[in-house]
Design a protein around this ligand. Structure first.
Ligand code: PLP
Length: 393
């Protein structure tokens, strides 16, 4: 069967691919340590599970409005007000099937063929593919490692033309863990306003910030920027609810309405039970969010210095999310590999450590390690990597 061109051209998610390969090796009985995962390793907090069960027992198992339950849209509006001082009406909020599908729906709603979207590198693997699926054109801006992988207003200016429609910002970033400061965001925001760019602000790692670093949304900086921004967020990373598939968009009513129309012909609505769970996630106690954040912070502290002992490796210290994104181009060479992709493959097959090659994120000299796993597994993984490289030098 001949597939649609736009689908045949898709690159499969490199993060899911490495996780699948690691699982395969594990199934063969091998003791693989997976650092590829993009999800918290904690259980969803009990109060959220209880709320979900209660909603089912009460018979809340039918379709909901396509933009989500009114109670969840208000819970998100309250959250945005409480956490970020941002006021949104409920008709400026769209609930979707995870932030990933919310982004997909957004690009379908705003892009025409040939519209350009600025994507800073290193980027989350799905951005370019989602833009291409909406017939848009990704235009990459290099977040230089010496600038902590962040882009500058000058780079935006150089990349903008009459087809440029939007820019994606992801802070804290997957894969780098870097956070844009309010000053940096202000400068970027001014440039976006100047050129009429819609800012797609992916804030899914908002709650995972460390060592006194703070997350600020670009929408908080001025009413003009709020108007020009669409915030993307959800419960996956903050409340360890990856499998529930609930995310949201907050922004201009006309965009939210278009996304709702699209959802009415695709998903109809996100799973009802998951929406009830998400209401509790936002309205209930937030202690578990802070506990998980604290656990990630101490894991980062526990692993960072020992990682630097791997020969040839250099790593900017992350400020948020739960990833390390070391440059291992030198390490790969020392270990006798042609490039980092091959090195990552070698690590998995021989040292039984699964990491994600940076090529899938637009940064071929780096690898991504997730520290959403136990301290013991992290220590063992770094030990194996170090010994493997040293043995091949
Ligand atoms: N955005 C970024 C940067 C992510 O890393 C992820 C998940 O890995 C998502 C969005 C999607 O999250 P979800 O669809 O689970 O809400």
């Amino acid at each position: 069967m001949k597939l649609a061109k736009r689908v045949a051209a898709l690159t499969p998610s490199s993060t899911l691919a490495i996780t699948a390969k690691a699982k395969e090796l594990k199934a063969q009985g091998l003791d693989v340590i997976g650092l590829g995962a993009g999800e918290p390793d904690f259980n969803t907090p009990v109060n959220i599970l209880e709320a979900a069960k209660k909603s089912m027992d009460e018979g809340q198992t039918k379709y909901t409005p396509s933009a989500g339950l009114p109670g969840l849209r208000s819970a998100v509006a309250d959250k945005l007000e409480r956490d970020q001082g941002l006021t949104y009406r409920t008709n400026e909020i769209f609930i979707g099937t995870g932030a990933k599908h919310v982004l997909y729906t957004l690009f379908q709603a705003i892009l025409d063929e040939g519209d350009e979207v600025l994507i800073p590198t290193p980027y989350w693997v799905s951005y370019p593919e989602q833009v291409k699926l909406a017939m848009g054109t990704p235009v990459y801006i290099e977040g230089k490692e010496e600038n902590q992988f962040k882009i500058t207003p000058e780079q935006i200016k150089a990349a903008v033309n009459s087809r440029t429609k939007a820019i994606i910002l992801n802070s804290p970033s997957n894969p780098t863990g870097m956070i844009y400061s309010p000053e940096e965001l202000k400068a970027i925001g001014e440039t976006c306003l100047e050129h009429g760019l819609l800012v797609v602000s992916d804030e899914i790692y908002e709650k995972l910030v460390y060592h006194g670093n703070k997350h600020v949304s670009i929408a908080q900086l001025s009413p003009e920027l709020k108007k020009q921004t669409i915030i993307i967020n959800g419960v996956s990373k903050s409340h360890s609810m990856t499998g529930w598939r609930i995310g949201y968009a907050a922004g201009e009513e006309s965009i939210i309405k278009a996304m709702t129309n699209l959802a009415s012909h695709s998903t109809s609505n996100p799973t009802t039970t998951a929406q009830f769970a998400a209401i509790e996630a936002y309205n209930g106690p937030q202690d578990a969010v802070e506990e998980m954040r604290g656990a990630f912070e101490s894991r980062l502290d526990g692993i960072y210095d020992s990682l630097l002992e791997i020969p040839g490796l250099a790593c900017v210290k992350p400020q948020g999310a739960f990833y390390l994104f070391p440059n291992v181009s030198e390490t790969a060479k020392l270990a006798g590999y042609r490039d980092v992709d091959e090195f990552a493959e070698g690590l998995l097959e021989n040292a039984l450590v699964a990491v994600v090659p940076g090529s899938g994120f637009g940064a071929p000299e780096n690898i991504r390690l997730s520290y959403a796993t136990s301290d013991a597994a992290l220590t063992e993984a770094v030990k194996r990597m170090k010994e493997y490289v040293e043995a091949r030098m």
